[in-house]
Design a protein around this ligand. Structure first.
Ligand SMILES: Cc1cc2nc3c(=O)[nH]c(=O)nc-3n(C[C@H](O)[C@H](O)[C@H](O)COP(=O)(O)O)c2cc1C
Length: 210
């Protein structure tokens, strides 16, 4: 496979320090809103990277479920590979890529579990089958085969025909950012990169070399 010739030139938009809000959260909300309005495919899909106890990085895509003044929220299984990595090393890096807008956002910071009440609230809003799945799937563990998963889901369904409580090992995480970067593709690889860095509790906004 020859991939050398595959390259895009980016020219759709520009990004200046002046137009970026003083808060990276507000700036992110603006960009996410534009991604949703532009009907980008899966605008809330975000790559989340963790570092395990041995110092080795691992990453996967999850869905952003909330952004609030404190940070960025997603939901998962706390016993999963990512969950174990966050137990060992409570920091995360997230990357959004919205190709239709030629935009990337990178977020880094501490990660914490959401409190139980907030996880309960979101869990209750999920469809019944997804709530069953949260109990049935020992996420990241090896399965003997698909039948074992289907049988477990059926058993959980029989146990909880109506109300499915939240499994204690399933819930939210919040990434509390100390660094956020907005990347806008530009012609000739002279891209716009505006980074926010938290210093003594205040956000510093600066332009990075592409
Ligand atoms: C578009 C997309 C959205 C996903 N959303 C989630 C999610 O919100 N939570 C989750 O636990 N896994 C989600 N997954 C699955 C994860 O990528 C991953 O397979 C799973 O969390 C197990 O990862 P781990 O073994 O590294 O812990 C999603 C995958 C894709 C492709």
């Amino acid at each position: 496979m020859d991939l050398h010739g595959i390259r895009e030139d980016y020219s759709k938009r520009e990004l200046s320090e002046a137009e970026c809000d003083a808060s990276p959260i507000v700036q992110f909300e603006q960009w996410l809103n534009e991604a949703i309005q532009s009907q980008v495919n899966e605008p809330t899909a975000v790559n989340v990277a963790a570092v395990d106890a041995a110092g080795r990085p691992n990453s996967r895509v999850v869905l952003l479920k909330e952004v609030n003044p404190q940070g960025f929220v997603f939901f998962t299984n706390y016993h999963s590979r990512k969950g174990k990595s966050f137990d060992a090393n409570p920091f995360a890096a997230m990357t959004f890529f919205w190709p239709e807008l030629e935009r990337q956002v990178r977020i880094e910071g501490r990660i914490e579990k959401l409190d139980a009440a907030a996880s309960d609230e979101y869990f209750e809003s999920r469809p019944y089958a997804s709530r069953i799945g949260a109990w049935a799937s020992a996420q990241s563990e090896v399965l003997s085969g698909k039948a074992a998963l289907v049988a477990k889901a059926a058993a959980v369904g029989a146990r909880h025909p109506l109300h499915v409580p939240r499994p204690p090992h399933w819930g939210g995480y919040i990434v509390i950012p100390d660094r956020v970067e907005f990347w806008q593709g530009r012609p000739s690889r002279l891209h716009d990169r505006i980074q926010y860095r938290l210093e003594n509790g205040a956000w510093i906004k600066e332009r990075l070399s592409p």
